[in-house]
Design a protein around this ligand. Structure first.
Ligand SMILES: CC(C)(COP(=O)(O)OP(=O)(O)OC[C@H]1O[C@@H](n2cnc3c(N)ncnc32)[C@H](O)[C@@H]1OP(=O)(O)O)[C@@H](O)C(=O)NCCC(=O)NCCS
Ligand SMILES: [Zn+2]
Length: 163
């Protein structure tokens, strides 16, 4: 069967499959486990490691982006919020110019299902902006429904978009 929530396909009466599923399901719903210090962890292409890979896996899985979502390439930074031994939100930021005006670009945001609507993504976006020389945020289109709600809440209805 296929789990509706985490998207994993597994054999229901295989104990081994069930165990694998439980582990992955927990990661997607509650967030990847980590021993990192609570607070905001900044990841660059140079410092990326297994934790970022797991975060990326979990966020892609939930969105059914099996081809892989936007990546941590040159000049971009990933912001991970660590709380109670979990990564509870992830934001991928960079820079973009729209009609010669520079912006802090938000390429992607993800909060595990059970951690949503607690202000976690908002905190990471504030940090990403503070961390840059830019004054305003631009959002990578197309946005998901959740992404649109977050973007409007943070930037107002006339938010800047780019592709
Ligand atoms: C979009 C997403 C990252 C938001 O994360 P979050 O941690 O829940 O966001 P926050 O709690 O910081 O939300 C900040 C504000 O945005 C608004 N908001 C965020 N998600 C919303 C939603 N689904 N519906 C309505 N408003 C929403 C709220 O006004 C919220 O403030 P409030 O609830 O305190 O009034 C999360 O819903 C998610 O991971 N969705 C699936 C992945 C996805 O679609 N990512 C966007 C890709 S473009
Ligand atoms: Zn599942």
């Amino acid at each position: 069967m296929k789990c509706e929530l985490c998207g994993l396909e597994f054999v229901e009466d295989s104990p081994e499959d069930q165990k694998t599923h439980q582990r992955r399901h927990d990661t997607v719903v509650n967030g990847p486990r980590t021993k990192a210090t609570p607070g905001i962890l900044v990841v660059t292409p140079e410092t990326r490691g297994k934790l970022f890979d797991r975060v990326q896996w979990a966020s892609n899985r939930l969105l059914h982006l099996d081809f892989g979502g936007p990546d941590l390439c040159d000049g971009r930074r990933a912001y991970l919020l660590v709380d109670s031994g979990r990564v509870v939100s992830y934001v991928l930021a960079g820079s973009v110019e729209i009609e010669t005006k520079p912006y802090r670009a938000i390429f992607f945001a993800w909060t595990p299902l059970a951690q949503r609507q607690k202000g976690f993504a908002r905190r990471l976006i504030a940090k990403a902006l503070e961390d840059s020389e830019h004054r305003e945020i631009a959002w990578c289109a197309p946005l998901t429904g959740d992404g649109e709600a977050l973007a409007v809440s943070v930037s107002g209805p006339t938010l800047a978009r780019f592709r």
